[in-house]
Ligand binder design. Sequence first.
Ligand SMILES: [Zn+2]
Length: 242
Amino acid sequence: MISIEFEYKIVSKVATLVVKKQINSLFLTVLTVLIMLIIVNVTANAASVNHYISAHHYSPSTITKQIWKGFPHYKYRHGKGKPEGVVIHETGNPNSTIFDEIAYMKKNYRNAFVHSFVDDDHIINIANTDYLCWGVGYPGNARFIQFEQIEMHSKKSFAHEVENAAYYTAYLLDEYNLKPNDAVYDGKGTVWSHGSVAKYMGGSDHTDPVGYYKKAGKKYFHKAYTMSQFYQLVLTNYKNIE
Ligand SMILES: [Zn+2]
């Protein structure tokens, strides 16, 4: 016969174990929920500009061809109509319009020119993309189609511009049978920032459009916009084109 005291001890021990187990599982549940909340939050923030674009069903502007005959025609290193990727620029001018920039480029093409310009409401192609342009120096000029983005000054116009830029990049990749491949992190691929061309190939010391994306993202979406987010938007557009 066991004593009542002993019996009580066993019961209380079992009760303690059960409570401990419940606390443990409660703790695990709370921890899991917290981790999930953090992940959801991080993902939502990181994708905020792209999210805003898809949530508002923004569709890209029509590509307008206004080819100017004054630009020189030089072949890419693999020949006419054989670009190897697309370079995304940003003008670095906070006070210009797309029409100011195009006029300026026609006047100063001997120093530099790009194929196209993008803002929130236009995608304007001014130089034949079958021939190279002069936007990133040697050796990138002989490899890539290049376009400039104008600086925007509102949340809506920045989102529209980024969508236009991503769509135009996807359109060019598709047009020249190039597979999307983010070149920004490893220096290999088809989608480049001017900054990544400068970093991996030289030719200039420019870093655009990273600074502009960062600043506009922080100003209008409380979080820097990045080239890797831009690349995701290119992929979305590429899938829609295919
Ligand atoms: Zn540039």
